[in-house]
Design a protein around this ligand. Structure first.
Ligand code: MLT
Length: 235
């Protein structure tokens, strides 16, 4: 039996041993939901970077589509912001996107010591679970949270994934127990509790509440993006 742990915010990732483990990076509202959506719609590769400057530089030097947000708002001068609906565009098929976000890209880049980094969202929950179940590897679900704090939606995902892989992975640690219990108590209506999250309310003020509903769809896509050699590609 393998083990699965939960890191509720990148602020705590230094407390975890990532070596030889799979890390599932998750930022439900909205970074990893966007990444999964883009790859499901034919985007060739996605390059997560830490800074706005890095994004502009890759966009200019490599002709990549620039994407991302800060505080939820699209970065001025970027081609797109961070809505999954923006990642569905036909003109992005077979193209590369370079992205920076407030929390999601930071979470991915803070997981580099892992054996494998997978991109998880409710949108590809089953694809993530199926891969992990057959991996015979221990797992850390690395939640993006919000600016260092814990959030509801990423924690719910962690609980949902723990439930999905329970036949092969036993949860370990209090954060995992908390995530599992939060999921079980709300599994009947995940959207309702997700709408109460601080970031859902923040996004609603931008008039993009529809992103919240879309991001909460479960296993809409079967793609499984992996972060390797600086970019996300489907495995
Ligand atoms: C994040 O990095 O936390 C999200 O991408 C923020 C957002 O999309 O609004």
């Amino acid at each position: 039996m393998n083990h699965v742990e939960v890191c509720l915010t990148p602020e705590l990732i230094h407390q975890f041993e990532l070596k030889d483990k799979i890390v599932v990076a998750v930022d439900i509202f909205r970074a990893t939901s966007c990444m999964v959506t883009g790859m499901a719609h034919g985007v060739e590769a996605i390059y997560p970077v830490a800074t706005v400057e890095d994004c502009f530089a890759l966009g200019k030097d490599k002709g990549m589509i620039t994407a991302g947000e800060r505080g939820g708002a699209k970065i001025e001068g970027f081609t797109i912001g961070n809505s999954p609906y923006e990642y569905m565009k036909d003109e992005f098929k077979n193209k590369s996107i370079v992205v920076t976000t407030t929390n999601g890209t930071r979470t991915i880049l803070a997981s580099l010591e892992a054996d494998q980094i997978l991109i998880g969202a409710f949108l590809n929950l089953k694809a993530v679970a199926d891969h992990i179940s057959s991996s015979q590897k221990d797992v850390i679900i690395h939640c993006a949270g919000w600016k260092g704090t814990v959030n509801v939606e990423d924690t719910l995902f962690a609980g949902a994934l723990i439930e999905e892989i329970k036949a092969s992975h036993h949860f370990s640690g209090d954060p995992a127990l908390m995530a599992l219990e939060l999921f079980k108590r709300n599994a009947h209506d995940l959207l309702e509790i997700s709408k109460q999250s601080s970031h859902a309310k923040r996004l609603a003020t931008f008039g993009i509440g529809k992103d919240i509903e879309f991001c909460m769809n479960q296993s809409l896509y079967s793609v499984l993006p992996e972060f390797k050699d600086g970019k996300l590609q489907v495995i």
